[in-house]
Design a protein around this ligand. Structure first.
Ligand SMILES: Cc1cc2nc3c(=O)[nH]c(=O)nc-3n(C[C@H](O)[C@H](O)[C@H](O)COP(=O)(O)O)c2cc1C
Length: 391
């Protein structure tokens, strides 16, 4: 594996020499970046000797004319580990500052789930709300953090902030994602439906499908066979997910009906329309004087259909997006639609839910147990939901 090790200017920089040695001994090809301040603690020579590669220290020292270091190194690396990561470097990553090689390079990383950050610093620096906020920002974006140990620190203080053992770092770096959904089949619905009035106008809603897509991707990552029924066709959908494209609520109903029978989990995260026009005009409706009335009829209740027709070993998970009495309505929905779980979120809050990158949800089971998942990225919310329902 190609590993890029970024060492910044903390007292634990000397420990990164052992880490580097251990990664090389394991058979990895390791390249090292030292920040300017790291060179106050360690020199290039041990890293160069251990890795048999030159050590990178400056954005502008382009030794190989075919290489633009801060771009090409990210393409070369399978994994990037920042160890130790100073408070300063973490804050630069979190705020898009790109004033040296390490921080410029981090902005060019396309898939941050390949990045592992090992903070090491004085415990008051580590607990500082600014640093905590910066770390949380990076976690939400998908960066991995390997938590520091607690103990006696170099400065004499005792607490969190200690560089963890090499064993702990390597375990986190190479851990296999648990395939706990292997041999399971999951059907997920996501995104809005469109109920056409005429060839150019439709009734729809602002759902982006991100929550459902995050759930489908998480299930696929954990080894499940996944069918995603959705109107959204987005680059972010894992290529391990089988996509069934739909437009209307009725299309979604047919797709779910045809596919749910052999699924272990049916997760209905789509924002479906409860109504569809009674009459669909085959030509564009022309503007006229006065108001226009359109009559709507109820669409098929897909969630209820699945709840009523599921077998005992199937779990059905619904979503409740409400603006008021969130828990009350969610509990009612579990009973009415014979669900195993409901995931409730408050769509009156502007910073979560519809169209936003984040969500905050309550996972409620049919025995009224409630678990709150605090505001977090939709990927982390998806992980928390799957952790609960797959138990
Ligand atoms: C003796 C000494 C030890 C330091 N140890 C740490 C440390 O463990 N963690 C940290 O975040 N900063 C530490 N610092 C402060 C950083 O060196 C400083 O914030 C620097 O700007 C970091 O630069 P860099 O992030 O570009 O490597 C230390 C400074 C000194 C003088």
């Amino acid at each position: 594996m190609n590993i890029l090790l970024i060492v910044s200017g903390g007292i634990a920089a000397y420990k990164s020499i052992d880490l580097c040695s251990s990664l090389v001994k394991q058979g990895n090809d390791v390249k090292v970046i030292l920040t300017k301040n790291a060179e106050n603690f360690v020199t290039q020579l041990p890293f160069q000797t251990l890795t048999k590669n030159r050590v990178y220290t400056s954005t502008f020292e382009e030794i190989d004319e075919n290489e633009i270091q801060h771009i090409d190194l990210t393409k070369w690396a399978d994994k990037i580990i920042v160890a130790p990561a100073t408070a300063n470097l973490i804050s630069k990553f979190a705020n898009g500052i790109a004033d040296d090689l390490a921080s410029s390079l981090m902005l060019a990383v396309r898939d941050v789930s390949r990045v592992y950050i090992v903070p090491a610093m004085n415990t008051f620096m580590y607990k500082n709300p600014i640093i905590q906020e910066n770390m949380n920002k990076l976690i939400k974006l998908g960066f991995n953090f390997i938590e520091p140990d607690s103990g006696l620190l170099a400065c004499g203080d005792v607490g969190e902030g200690k560089f963890p053992s090499i064993e702990k770092i390597k375990n986190a770096l190479f851990q296999e994602i648990e395939k706990d959904l292997k041999d399971k089949k999951v059907l997920v619905t996501a995104g809005p439906t469109k109920e056409f009035i005429d060839p150019f106008r439709c009734l729809t809603n602002p759902s982006t499908g991100k929550m459902g897509i995050a759930i489908a991707n998480e299930c696929a990552k954990r080894g499940a066979e996944v069918i995603l029924v959705s109107s959204i066709n987005d680059d972010s959908i894992s290529n391990k997910v089988k996509k069934v494209k739909i437009i209307s609520t009725n299309d979604m109903f047919e797709a779910v009906k045809n596919n749910f029978k052999d699924c272990d989990f049916i997760i209905k995260a789509a924002a479906v329309s409860d109504y569809t026009p009674v009459q669909v005009f085959d030509k564009k409706v022309k503007k006229q004087d006065g108001n226009l009335s359109i009559e709507f009829k109820r669409t098929q209740d897909i969630l209820k259909y699945v709840g009523d027709n599921k077998s005992d070993n199937q779990k059905v998970i619904g979503f409740a997006a409400e603006t008021n009495n969130l828990i009350g309505y969610a509990k009612e929905k579990i009973i009415k639609k014979n669900l195993d779980y409901i995931v409730a979120n408050d769509i009156s809050k502007k910073d979560i839910g519809f169209g936003s990158e984040d969500n905050e949800v309550y996972i409620i089971d049919k025995h009224d147990n409630i678990k709150k998942i605090d505001k977090n990225s939709k990927n982390n919310i998806a992980k928390a939901i799957i952790d609960v329902i797959s138990k």
